[in-house]
Design a protein around this ligand. Structure first.
Ligand code: HEC
Ligand code: HEC
Ligand code: HEC
Ligand code: HEC
Ligand code: HEC
Ligand code: HEC
Ligand code: HEC
Length: 271
């Protein structure tokens, strides 16, 4: 019997330690949410638990940036809808993010990335829409370039134009682009955005084989061989200080160096 009690105690200790370890998966201290965001969680914690877990893992969680801080909308917005007593929108556009991240927003809006949705007049697009048909354009062009999001009368988004996280998506509020093209919801983890795979989901294939070229280059070989020394989770990620094994696409085109700050205009550093 004594042995059995001891076993129970050992089991209890093991469970508590594993809970403490799981808790450390959250990078930030538990936060004090606004009343509105706490209300969202009452339902969404059970409807979409995986998404809520990703949000809890994000830096936003520790900074009290909850569901409502991002999804709240002005009743005048064309895509705003009433939702259990709150006025919200599904799309959180670059303009919405700019409430807190103005620098990144302004740099991104002036970049060629933000204009990538304006391909409708191009010859390639005529080939896409006319020769292959609209479905080819939706799947073939707009997943990378971005759709022009259209809104139904009830504020819902049309299935031809949504879901979409193309880099030059044209949003119902007129702003261009999707921060979520690189910053996957709902962790918005900078580490994820710094990987070559993040850029490679669009920059691949015969017309723009940057990903393939990178993989076969010394840089790519060094990256994949030394991935555990890349320190991708670092809060600063300055090349030469936080890591040195290899550059990723972000290192050269976006991230901070000893002399350059982070830029969200990928054209800033090319001729
Ligand atoms: C009473 C429960 C409840 C509350 C409170 C609630 N939601 Fe929801 N929400 C749901 C359910 C159920 C769905 C899925 C069905 C639907 O679209 O209505 C949903 C869907 C959504 C969607 C997706 C809509 C789409 O386009 O598919 C978003 C975004 C959303 N909720 C955000 C929020 C936010 C932000 C809050 C807090 C301000 C909130 N919800 C509060 C129950 C709730
Ligand atoms: C930092 C801002 C931010 C926060 C905080 C946030 N969301 Fe989102 N959410 C987004 C973005 C961005 C999208 C994707 C839409 C887009 O690309 O504009 C999204 C999409 C969604 C969707 C649509 C389903 C999907 O994945 O396509 C639901 C539902 C949703 N969010 C609910 C929530 C709930 C519930 C919370 C709180 C636990 C929350 N969001 C917190 C930014 C945010
Ligand atoms: C209400 C203010 C607010 C809004 C709205 C907001 N953020 Fe943030 N965001 C913050 C704060 C504060 C931090 C820094 C948290 C920290 O350093 O711990 C942050 C951090 C980040 C980071 C760094 C994450 C990391 O891993 O280092 C990214 C990326 C980010 N936000 C993207 C977005 C995007 C994209 C949107 C819109 C979809 C958005 N944010 C909307 C306040 C906001
Ligand atoms: C896998 C992602 C992807 C798909 C799918 C895609 N593109 Fe592109 N497209 C890109 C990238 C990345 C560039 C930039 C290439 C560079 O700068 O080297 C680009 C460049 C372009 C340009 C040149 C833009 C400029 O301003 O110079 C046009 C036009 C274009 N694409 C049209 C299309 C059309 C039309 C389709 C569909 C038939 C399409 N693309 C499908 C990723 C994609
Ligand atoms: C082309 C991909 C890409 C797009 C699109 C993008 N980001 Fe980023 N973002 C990154 C990368 C890569 C980093 C990491 C930079 C570093 O090395 O620290 C980052 C870092 C950040 C950070 C934290 C670091 C800092 O201090 O700047 C914030 C906040 C952020 N992004 C917000 C945004 C917002 C808001 C948008 C939309 C307007 C956006 N991003 C669009 C790739 C992107
Ligand atoms: C969702 C698709 C997508 C992602 C993700 C993406 N790009 Fe692009 N990128 C494009 C498209 C499309 C263009 C062409 C835009 C145009 O000229 O119209 C482009 C253009 C560029 C250019 C040329 C800019 C200029 O001013 O001519 C650079 C450099 C670039 N991307 C780097 C990156 C890097 C680095 C990342 C990752 C951190 C990245 N891209 C992620 C789609 C993407
Ligand atoms: C070691 C630094 C470095 C790395 C790593 C790197 N690039 Fe580049 N990239 C450059 C330079 C330098 C140029 C040429 C700039 C110029 O023409 O002024 C360039 C050009 C480009 C262009 C063409 C811009 C144009 O003129 O149309 C794109 C798109 C691009 N890079 C995307 C990427 C992507 C995606 C990755 C990762 C798979 C990547 N780069 C990795 C340094 C780098």
């Amino acid at each position: 019997m004594k042995g059995f009690n001891l076993l129970l105690i050992i089991l209890a200790v093991m469970m508590l330690t594993s809970m403490a370890v799981a808790e450390q998966g959250y990078r930030s201290v538990p936060s004090t949410l606004t009343e509105e965001s706490a209300a969202c969680l009452e339902c969404h914690e059970t409807i979409i638990p995986a998404m809520v877990k990703e949000w809890r893992y994000s830096r936003h969680y520790g900074a009290n940036v909850g569901c409502y801080e991002c999804h709240s909308a002005d009743p005048k917005d064309v895509d705003a809808f009433e939702h259990n007593g709150f006025t919200i929108a599904t799309i959180v556009s670059p303009k919405d993010c700019s409430k807190c991240h103005e620098t990144e927003y302004l740099e991104f809006q002036k970049s060629h990335h933000a204009d990538a949705g304006n391909i409708l007049g191009s010859l390639d697009n005529v080939l896409g829409e006319v020769v292959e048909g609209p479905m080819a354009a939706v799947n073939g062009c707009k997943q990378c370039h971005g759709s022009i999001v259209e809104v139904n009368d009830d504020g819902s988004l049309t299935p031809e134009t949504w879901p979409n996280t193309g880099i030059g998506r044209i949003n119902p509020d007129g702003s261009k682009g999707a921060c979520s093209a690189c910053h996957s919801r709902h962790s918005f983890d900078a580490a994820l955005a710094r990987q070559p795979e993040n850029c490679g989901k669009c920059h691949l294939g015969p017309d723009h084989p940057q990903k393939e070229i990178y993989e076969e280059s010394k840089h790519g070989i060094a990256y994949y061989g030394n991935i555990d020394r890349m320190n991708l989770e670092s809060s600063s990620w300055v090349v030469g200080i936080d890591y040195s094994a290899a550059p990723t696409c972000a290192t050269c085109h976006m991230s901070a160096t000893a002399d350059l700050p982070i830029t969200h205009d990928v054209g800033d550093r090319i001729s």
